[in-house]
Ligand binder design. Structure first.
Ligand code: FAD
Length: 452
């Protein structure tokens, strides 16, 4: 059996089901130009992926395997591969966004395509209601998932002894539309991106740190200036650590309260499950036909962190500077964007997609739809976060706000959670709020009521 092992969002050797397959294998990674073309040249994710692709190549060498790295359109690359050699199948881990599904389908017409599950804890058909239909509400999904998890095999996959097909590839192979092949050194600049210096912390160190955080996770995970969550989302996203390994680790902890953390991992599965069963939610509301109001001026102010609402601007700046935002701040921003500014959730989703290091279509789309009140879950449309009360509760001393907005450093913390103060005071280099929260929140609720 000759197989192509296509690494995508599973950039590791340890506990990788792809590598547990025997026979003759060609491991590949593709820098997919269909995706790369829309990205900024200094996109942080490229530097992250590049780091781990090089590491993967290095690690595979110790198993006698050589990762072949391509740059181009996957369908062209497969055409080239099949011209050069004959293969029986291509194996990869599935993903449920429309682009991936269409791409894989296309390639499956050239070569049998087999999925091995790696990205999620559960298969999409593993959890369903008693009548066989998919769950729409998280809590019953979680209860069922948890019961299954008790007896689920989450053992580590061992690397099988594969034999090597190709050896001589210490290059990136670039293939263009006319099947012209050129070879370049493995440098990020050679695929047209700038190297961004990132503070990459290896996922196993993050797991180790989680051991000391987990007892406080439940109580403190919403406080923005406290580092109590795992920071593993980017690793889980790109598979630089396997989800099963994270689970095994958490199960091994002696802590009394690991459940809130496990619940979040299952949340991630739930969102992918929903995207799989209801693919239209990638673009469309699941409920209500209200699609927001397209206001470019408001959108520009939001994107340049000039809303005059400190917690919102701090969150946007955190995103632009680091590629990350604390989960609670993501929720406050998404509520403000869709309810206070009444902008289409799709615009906010796109903005996050452009900058989030851990960007994941399922988690991002479903979270935005949750905030907009248009998603599958029964979150009532009248639930609107008050950004001032949120920051007062979770960032009382405004440490997070002041970290990202130094212009506000000398303002007393309590005033940064006070809308009236922000409206009535001229603060040097910082603008006044662009909306009055109470008024716009009321308007949002009325609009949703009309569409109900
Ligand atoms: C508007 C919005 C957009 C989001 N977009 C993304 C996204 O593109 N990619 C992404 O991975 N997460 C997204 N999230 C979820 C969440 O904010 C991040 O997973 C979390 O901040 C990552 O931090 P952590 O690794 O320290 O999480 P922890 O609290 O340590 O959680 C452990 C893991 O569980 C998963 N997880 C945690 N919370 C959630 C959640 N609410 N939904 C789904 N999975 C979760 C993540 O994989 C995370 O690494 C979004 C949330 C909101 C409100």
């Amino acid at each position: 059996m000759k197989r192509i092992l296509w690494f995508r969002r599973d950039l590791r050797v340890k506990d990788n089901p792809l590598l547990s397959l025997d026979g003759d294998v060609l491991p590949i990674f593709i820098f997919d130009t269909n995706i790369l073309e829309s990205l900024n040249k200094d996109d942080k994710r490229l530097s992250f992926i590049f780091h781990y692709v090089k590491k993967l190549k290095q690690e595979l060498l110790s198993y006698g395997l050589n990762l072949k790295i391509f740059y181009g359109k996957p369908e062209i690359i497969f055409k080239y591969l099949l011209q050069e050699n004959s293969f029986h199948e291509v194996v990869a881990s599935p993903d449920y966004d429309s682009y991936t599904k269409e791409r894989d389908l296309h390639i499956s017409h050239k070569l049998p395509f087999r999925y091995v599950e790696d990205t999620y804890i559960f298969k999409t058909d593993e959890i369903s209601k008693d009548d066989g239909t998919p769950y729409l509400v998280f809590t019953p999904f979680y209860k069922k998932a948890r019961a299954i998890l008790e007896s689920k095999n989450i053992q580590e996959y061992e690397v099988s002894t594969n034999s090597l097909i190709e050896t001589d590839y210490d290059v990136i192979t670039k293939i263009n539309e006319t099947l012209n092949v050129s070879k370049v050194a493995i440098k990020i600049q050679n695929i047209g991106f700038e190297e961004v210096i990132l503070n990459i912390v290896e996922p196993h160190l993050k797991l180790k740190a989680l051991k000391n955080k987990i007892d406080d996770y439940k109580e403190q995970r919403d406080y923005f200036s406290i580092d109590v969550s795992s920071n593993l989302s980017v690793d889980i996203r790109f598979g630089t650590i396997g989800i099963r390994e994270v689970l095994r680790f958490v199960f091994s902890l002696k802590s009394s309260d690991t459940e809130p953390f496990i619940r979040q991992l299952i949340f991630r599965d739930f969102y992918a499950y929903l995207l799989f069963h209801f693919p239209n939610i990638e673009y469309e509301n699941y409920k209500y036909s209200f699609n927001g109001i397209k206001n470019n001026e408001m959108y520009e102010l939001f994107c340049s962190a000039k809303t005059g609402v400190p917690i919102i601007d701090a969150g946007v700046r955190e995103l632009l500077q680091t590629g990350n935002i604390h989960n609670r701040v993501r929720m406050i921003i998404a509520s403000f964007f869709t309810k206070d500014l009444l902008l289409p959730w799709q615009w906010g989703e796109k903005f996050f997609a452009k900058y989030l290091l851990d960007y994941d279509k399922a988690s991002n789309v479903l979270s935005w739809q949750w905030s907009a009140g248009t998603g599958v879950d029964p979150q009532p449309y009248f639930r609107v976060f008050n950004p001032y009360l949120q920051s007062k509760k979770y960032d009382k001393d405004a440490l997070y706000i002041k970290k990202y907005i130094p212009e506000l450093f000398d303002i007393k913390s309590k005033y940064l959670h006070n809308e009236e103060y922000l409206f009535s005071t001229n603060i040097q280099d910082y603008s006044k709020p662009i909306v009055v929260h109470k008024e716009v929140a009321k308007k949002a609720v009325e609009i949703f009521k009309d569409y109900k």
